[in-house]
Design a protein around this ligand. Sequence first.
Ligand SMILES: [Zn+2]
Length: 201
Amino acid sequence: MLLPDSIQSLITALERLPGIGPKTASRLAFHLLRASDEVSQDLAEALANLKSRTAFCQDCFNITEAGRHLCEVCESTERDSSVICVVEEALDVLALERTHGYSGKYHVLQGVLSPIEGIGPDDLKIKPLLARIARGGVKEVILATNPSMEGDATALYLRGQLESLGVKVTRLARGLPVGGDLEYADQNTLLRALSGRQEMN
Ligand SMILES: [Zn+2]
């Protein structure tokens, strides 16, 4: 083998990450090799703590600190519990929070419907969402899945599921780049999409 095992195994591990090809993986591995001990130790520590020190909110499935039952948003008494914004990933919660234009609650699906990848409704946090709404007090559900094929299909599916529950169902306005990711949209675009949301019918 051309490379020592320790480097090769790091490259292989990095290559499994989204958006990282063999070249980037090698570049990162060699960068870490040259960098100070502190850089790699900090990274190793952060990775080791990633799973052990985080948990999912039992209400909305956003990320929270390990040992906590609810996330900050769900715990807050200042947030409007009558509006739930449904997003694909916890990163989308961060993106929407950065706009400072939303004061309702969230629900993180932890993915998106994708027949190609074999991801069906039961693989997402859809049942807990319906249960949350059935508990009452919710007036509007904003479907803020990404403006992609899967995101749109997921929104359509959810609209069907929500139909009988007597809540207003809205979808983020167009204007977000089609096929794009909420998390990469700039704050103004996201804010406009949020305030221009339209009822799905
Ligand atoms: Zn929560």
